[in-house]
Design a protein. Structure first.
Lengths: 122, 677, 173
């Protein structure tokens, strides 16, 4: 079965780039443009993984992750967040909020698929 | 046992293995590091070589031997799988196929050319980046994740599998911290693991596995030196804290002397793939199955058909007043058995469309390569089943439609980018069952159908007048006219204009329909609807005038009364209001020109296909009837209203109505009346 | 041409051809014996609405649905009710490689006999009240003239082609 991944990022081009990389690797991709959308889409469907940016309007990444983890149905869903090199403190916060892992921006598609594969196991 | 020719049997099996290898290679193209796929491809090549040699296909055996060797190197991680290598082996497939099916000529020149390309691909493969020459022989790890790790999406099994890709592991679970059942929180990770990892692995690689949990977990890494390795191997039990009583010799542990050359053994930094394979992916389905020649299935179907007919005569006899009660109950019993037998045999004839869809991936791959476009094919509904007689006849039309979508639909990368679309064009092939039909759609996100060009072409062919007003649907349907192709250039793939009309005719010969939807700039969708040509269906037996007819029960929605007054009142209108919707109806008595008077108790049988409905006015509804469909004679192929005929219990004949045609008729009627109104 | 004529429908090397002779109304007709499968009493027929009048109905022949053809219509002969002597002659013709059975309604069946080529001549180009292409040969016998029908030509338009020339004699349409 194809793994389904939700991408949450307010940047259209980032979403597009991630989509291209992931669909090329055989994953099914759904998009959301901000934390609120991401939350509603995730809670409405079952995703095998969620990838999210942290800085977004209408609910930032951290709040979304916290809200997701409150839903028992999202227990165990891997959540990756996108971060820049300099945001080390963010990593701790995000992990505390319930994130699984991270990806450092900017990244090349192979990096992304490598991390996705590592965390998903497929 | 009909197959007495082993060579023929080999050809059939080799063909299947070859197809599996091809699918594996295509999948590998997307996931170059998937070891399970690599293994599967290698096994396939190995099988071909072995059985080829056994059946005297020497040219095949020796050619495949080279491919197998090349793939063995990939399997052993001596060479990475590259797109170039995969492309060469894919081209080798065709050569192998030719050797299998062929006349025995060795085709040495072609074979050598491919082998030369193979060598080039191997030699040219980027050397795996050497990690710092690891002197370590092994590691001992002790790890424990924080309890909330799993809730936060960390899967300890995935981590362990990742470790296994680095080298041979012996894993022992530490369960002493797992609480009693009453205190157990199922989502907490209370198990720890001790791992003994053998191999020339860098510590950094191990730490990489745990990169996301490193800060929160307990991880101890201890190096095992060569001397320690030997000790561990010879010791009866591993030293504490590792509590497992392990067999001493680990057959997979290697001594320094037998390590492969350093450059081959190290793994490229970016090529790690967790060894855990998703269940079933790429692995051929095992399970009992039997090969049955198609003719035997047809024979079986005929027998069942005859049984159904005789059984209905028995049923008639039993229902007559002369029969005794015992006969009645036996007749019912046999009716039930015959019905179950019929259903079982029905299923035998059904074949999933996956068998068709599989071929198309290669097709799209080749077209993309030849045109320089990037095209992805996705499929959905592969498990949808279709009668086997239908599936073969769908292959050519589908190939043509996919070619069309790739060739004329999907634009070149530059055009796509300029239009703001992703570079990769998408073609989606889906199948589903709906009512009594199979619906197959081919959707592309290309540039759609240019109405103006179609119009110009139609006018130049004299199909419509310059000022004539035609609906969008009618305009789109023109592409199915013979000789029609609006492609500015005729490519070698399509565009000769011989395709679409043949497609339409083939679909119609299966009593199906084909429709096109298209949005300029966004793409097109072609939909095929094919009735499930089941040889035996549940039917509704009706009477119109002196004749009896059958309507497939699957499309019957409901039956309502039509009183004489209502009948008279609706002269010239032919609509009824059914729950706030207007449903057109057709008076079969008039359509069939029976010349009889209408029954006092006429009924309207409402039938539906997809979203269209039509009512059929009949004189009498006789009852349900297990209908064995007998084909109409070729002499009656011009009569569109009937899809076949059946023999009734009394030996008489009832014609089976073609619902698609009738619904279309109802729609025309509706449109005509609307136009007049 | 969708229907093939096998060599057995031709005069053999000595000029003989085996045929089955029958009456349609007052005229004598013949078809190649090799095409005949069976001769039956009349079967119950079911009308096929919308079919060409030449093959207006079908019948159940041993579990197969076969069309029943009325050659009287093809030759413009008057319609008459069936009699005790009426029979159905089931012929089998090759259509695009598929054997197709058709039942021909006849008023009386005579016999299987052989005709000789020397006694036959192609239908005249003028003065014939029937469609010329429906007739293979006219054969003189002591009993009168026998019309050797061209079944392939009569049934061809019904098969595979849509919108081809109508089969029925214009006079009766």
């Amino acid at each position: 079965m194809t793994a389904s991944i939700l991408i949450v990022d307010d940047s259209n081009s980032v979403r597009m780039a991630i989509r291209m990389a992931l669909t090329g690797a055989g994953y099914a991709v759904t998009e959301a443009a901000d934390g609120a959308q991401g939350l509603s889409k995730a809670n409405g469907s079952r995703f095998d993984m969620i990838i999210t940016d942290l800085n977004m309007p209408n609910m930032d990444g951290l709040s979304m992750i916290r809200a997701l983890r409150k839903n028992p149905a999202q227990c165990g869903t891997p959540i990756l967040f996108l971060t820049t090199e300099s945001e080390d403190a963010m990593k701790q916060q995000a992990k505390a909020a319930g994130a699984t892992g991270w990806l450092v921006k900017p990244f090349v598609p192979e990096q992304l698929t490598k991390v996705v594969r590592k965390v998903l196991g497929r | 046992m009909s197959e007495t020719d082993p060579v023929a049997a080999f050809r059939v099996e080799a063909g299947e293995v070859l197809e599996q290898v091809e699918q594996g290679l295509l999948d590998l193209g997307h996931r170059l590091d998937d070891h399970d796929l690599i293994d599967a491809v290698f096994r396939g090549l190995h099988t071909l070589k072995g059985s080829g040699a056994m059946f005297g296909f020497d040219a095949l055996a020796s050619f495949t031997h080279h491919c197998e060797t090349a793939f063995d190197r990939v399997r052993k991680n001596l060479t990475p799988a590259t797109p170039q290598l995969i492309a060469v082996i894919l081209s080798a497939q065709d050569h192998m196929r030719a050797l299998i099916d062929g006349d025995g000529t060795e085709r040495k020149a072609e074979g050598d050319a491919i082998l030369a390309k193979l060598q080039a691909a191997l030699d040219g493969a980027p050397a795996p980046t050497p990690a710092p020459a690891p002197a370590e022989q092994g590691w001992r790890l002790s790890l424990r994740l924080p309890p909330e790790a799993m809730q936060n999406g960390i899967n300890p099994l995935t981590l362990l599998d990742e470790l296994r890709t680095l080298g041979d592991c012996r894993v022992v679970a530490r369960t002493e911290q797992v609480p009693l059942l009453g205190d157990l929180v199922p989502t907490h990770c209370m198990i720890g693991w001790d791992v003994e990892l053998r191999g020339a692995v860098a510590k950094a690689d191990i730490e990489d596995v745990f990169i996301f949990v490193m800060d929160d977990m307990d991880l101890q890494i201890e190096q095992i030196g060569p001397a320690l390795c030997d000790d561990a191997r010879n010791a009866a039990a591993a030293p504490a804290p590792f509590a497992s009583p392990s067999p001493s010799a680990s057959p997979s542990a290697t001594t320094p002397a037998s390590l492969p050359a350093p450059i081959d053994d190290s793994r490229p930094a970016n090529a790690q793939e967790p060894a855990a394979a998703p269940n079933g992916r790429g692995a051929p389905k095992t399970g009992e199955s039997v090969r049955v020649p198609a003719e035997r299935l047809d024979l079986l179907m005929d027998r069942v058909g005859e049984l159904v007919i005789v059984q209905s005569r028995l049923s008639q006899l039993a229902h007559s007043s002369a029969a005794d009660v015992a006969l009645h109950s036996i007749s019912e019993e046999i009716e039930r058995l015959a019905s179950e037998l019929r259903d079982t045999v029905m299923v035998l004839r059904m074949v999933p469309v996956a068998t068709l869809f599989g071929r198309f991936r290669r097709l799209v791959h080749d077209i993309a390569r030849d045109t320089g476009k990037t095209i992805e094919l996705s499929t959905d509904g592969e498990t949808t089943e279709v009668d086997k007689t239908v599936i073969e006849r769908l292959a050519d039309p589908l190939i043509h439609l996919i070619r069309n979508a790739c060739d004329h639909g999907v634009e070149h990368p530059e055009q796509r980018l300029a239009a703001g679309k992703p570079v990769a064009g998408h073609v989606r092939l889906s199948a589903r069952q709906e009512g009594g039909e199979v619906v197959i759609t081919i959707r592309d996100d290309g540039h759609g159908i240019d109405r103006d060009r179609v119009r110009a072409k139609a006018e130049s062919h004299g199909l419509i007048q310059p000022a004539q007003v035609v609906s969008d649907q009618e305009l789109l349907q023109m592409i199915f006219h013979p000789g029609f192709s609006t492609a500015p250039q005729i490519t070698s793939l399509s565009g000769r204009g011989v395709g679409m009309d043949v497609v339409k005719r083939t679909i119609e010969s299966l009593r199906g329909t084909i429709d096109v939807e298209s949005v300029l700039g966004q793409g097109s969708t072609v939909s095929l609807r094919i009735p499930l040509t089941l040889a035996i269906i549940d039917g509704l037996l009706i009477r119109v005038g002196d004749g009896r007819y059958v309507i497939p029960l699957g499309v019957v929605e409901e039956c309502i009364e039509l009183s004489l007054e209502e009948d008279l009142r609706s002269r010239g209108r032919s609509f009824i209001t059914l729950r706030d919707r207007l449903v057109p109806f057709v008076r079969l008595r008039e359509m069939f020109v029976t010349g009889t008077k209408p029954s006092v108790h006429q009924k309207i049988v409402i039938i539906a296909t997809g979203t269209e409905r039509v009512g059929l006015v009949v004189d009498q509804i006789i009852g349900s009837h297990q209908t064995v469909i007998k084909p109409m004679s070729p002499v009656h192929c011009n009569v569109p209203t009937f899809a076949g005929a059946t023999i009734l219990g009394d030996g008489g004949v009832a014609l089976i109505l073609d619902v698609v045609q009738l619904v279309a008729l109802g729609q025309h009627q509706e449109e005509r009346l609307r136009a007049v109104a | 041409m969708t229907m093939e004529e096998t060599s057995q429908t031709e005069w053999d090397e000595d000029g003989w051809l085996e045929v089955l002779t029958f009456d349609l109304q007052t005229e004598k007709f013949a078809v190649e014996a090799v095409l005949v499968r069976e001769i039956l009493d009349l079967l119950p027929e079911t009308v096929v609405p919308g079919a060409d009048r030449l093959v207006a109905s079908v019948a159940n022949f041993r579990g197969k649905i076969i069309p029943i053809a009325d050659l009287r219509l093809a030759f413009g002969l008057p319609f008459a009710d069936s009699t005790m002597d009426s029979r159905i002659v089931v012929v089998e013709l090759d259509v695009d490689g598929v054997q197709t059975q058709i039942g021909i309604r006849t008023d009386k069946v005579h016999e299987v006999t052989t005709l000789h080529r020397d006694a036959s001549e192609p239908p005249p180009t003028v003065g014939l009240r029937w469609r010329r292409d429906y007739i293979r040969e006219l054969v003189r016998t002591p009993q009168g003239v026998i019309v050797l029908a061209n079944l392939a030509r009569i049934f061809d338009p019904l098969l595979g082609g849509r919108g081809t020339t109508p089969v029925l004699a214009p006079a009766l349409l």
